[in-house]
Design a protein around this ligand. Structure first.
Ligand code: PNS
Length: 164
C-alpha cells in the first residue's frame, strides 16, 4: 500500500532525464506524493537551464500525474525545506558505485542536521544506468543524439539551447 508521507526528490535537474523520471515512477509505487525539488544553489558551476526552465520541464513531464507529482524549488538547506513541507523522506537515485561516496556523505550530513529525516536510495532502471544530466548535455553540445535518454520536451529544449 502506498505510504501517505510525502517524499521529496531533490536535485539540480539540469535537465530532468529519463533516469529521473524512472525514479519518480518507482517512488510513486511506495509513496502517494513525490515533490521534485530543484536546488537553486547546489554550489556547482552555472546550470545550462534557468530555474524556471527546469521547473517547467519537470511540470510538463508529469502533467498527467499532477495530483501526485509536484515540482518546486528551494534555497538554503534541503533539510530545512523538508521540514517546512512536512516531508520525512528524501529520495536519491543510485547508479554506479561511483555515486555512492557522494550520496553517502550527503545522507550522513543531512541525518546529522535532522536525525528524523531519512534518505531512501533507489536503483535506477538498467536502461538509465549510464544516463546523467552532465553527459546528456555534453553529448548534445557536441552534436550527438540523446533521444531515448530524456523526455521529448527536454530533447526539444536541449536542441534549442545548442542550435540556437
Ligand atoms: O542533482 P544533484 O546536483 O546531485 O543534487 C544535489 C543536491 C541539490 C541534492 C544537494 O546539493 C543539496 O541538497 N543542496 C542543497 C543545499 C544543502 O542542503 N546542502 C547540504 C547537503 S548535505
Amino acid at each position: 500500500m502506498a505510504h501517505n508521507n510525502i517524499a521529496i526528490y531533490p536535485g539540480s535537474f539540469d535537465p530532468i532525464t529519463n533516469g529521473h523520471v524512472d525514479l519518480v515512477k518507482r517512488t510513486l509505487r511506495v509513496f502517494n506524493r513525490v515533490m521534485v525539488v530543484i536546488a537553486t544553489n547546489p554550489g556547482k558551476d552555472g546550470c545550462l537551464f534557468t530555474l524556471e526552465e527546469r521547473l517547467q520541464m519537470v511540470r510538463e513531464v508529469f502533467k498527467g500525474l499532477k495530483n501526485r507529482v509536484q515540482a518546486d524549488s528551494f534555497e538554503g538547506l534541503l533539510v530545512d525545506y523538508a521540514e517546512r513541507k512536512g516531508a520525512t523522506v528524501i529520495i536519491r537515485g543510485l547508479r554506479a558505485v561511483s555515486d555512492f561516496e557522494y550520496e553517502f556523505q550527503m545522507a550522513m550530513m543531512n541525518r546529522r542536521l535532522k536525525p528524523k529525516l531519512d534518505t531512501f536510495f533507489m536503483m535506477t532502471g538498467e536502461s538509465e544506468f549510464y544516463t546523467s544530466s552532465r553527459l546528456v548535455k555534453e553529448v548534445v553540445s557536441l552534436g550527438g543524439n540523446v533521444s531515448g535518454l530524456v523526455p521529448a520536451n527536454v530533447l526539444k529544449n536541449l536542441k534549442r539551447k545548442f542550435n540556437g
